[in-house]
Design a protein around this ligand. Sequence first.
Ligand code: BYC
Length: 313
Amino acid sequence: METLELTQEEQFQARIDEDIRIEPKDWMPEAYRKTLIRQISQHAHSELVGMLPEGNWITRAPSLKRKSILLAKVQDEAGHGLYLYSAAETLGASRDQMLADLHSGKAKYSSIFNYPTLSWADMGTIGWLVDGAAILNQVPLCRTSYGPYARAMVRVCKEESFHQRQGFEIMQTLCEGATEQKAMAQEALNRWWWPTLMMFGPADADSPNTEQSMKWRIKRFTNDELRQKFVDMMVPQAEFLGLTVPDDKLQWNEAKQGYDFGDVDWAEFWDVVKGNGPCSRERLQARVDAWDQGAWVREAALAHAEKRKQRAA
Ligand code: BYC
């Protein structure tokens, strides 16, 4: 039995090493399944909770055009959550259980969505920076080793890149506008820069999951590698906008052909991850309320399905 397990595990790793996708009915180590359910469900929860900070500005958008774009973007996030829950279900996870874990506070979701959205410039900054970080993280996930997750990511990334452009365009409009508008853009960048760097997760030395996830090709880059790419990509964009990245230690390093940057406040990061972010309780409560208030829709859909079944019978 032990030899068989070992052989299966070796065969599994060999498939991964050859970049052959793992599909739902293939044999997989239990730890691989668990890691994927953990990451995919956290990712799905992030999409759902991620609707809330932006939802705050749908009624306050400065024009009809901005309002309809924002509405569409927030709807896209709901769609991303649904593809991701479906991908996790192919691994045997139950959607009700995943949602129950979110609602009880047991499951994690991205730290970034526990910060408040205080001005219209936050909609630009979220699109530009947060979706920019999301794309950097998610484009490699289109090549992740688990088939359903990789395929879901292809569509998610197409939509995310549109989101990122609309965010940048809001920033550009503000930066080319009145002095007050530009100041608003700078103030939003000051608040979001560091929390965005935290999205990539703890430093590699403190990341318990990275090594194994890289071996299984669930992750294609480490947290620090992606964070570095992000800084290198964003600094020139901030310069183009005429904005200042709020980091005294930011400096071009010719030898590494990348920027050196200051230390992330990891105490703040872990505090937010543990549920003590500025909006953590509010975000969770909003999800619980949405679930409770939507009960009648779920019940009606089930009753309708039952009626149709009886009619067909
Ligand atoms: N926030 O060993 P590590 C979006 C947790 S959606 C909270 O490095 P891993 C968007 C981590 O889960 C953004 N928790 O973990 C949506 C682990 O805890 P557990 C979401 C974090 O998994 C709407 C522990 O810390 N994107 O962009 O190897 C609108 C140790 O970390 C965070 C995804 O979910 C965090 N920032 O690497 C706009 C992408 N970072 O589970 C935008 C898919 C780490 O052991 N996920 N933790 O208890 C990933 O790529 C990886 O899961 C991560 C973390 C890079 C996030």
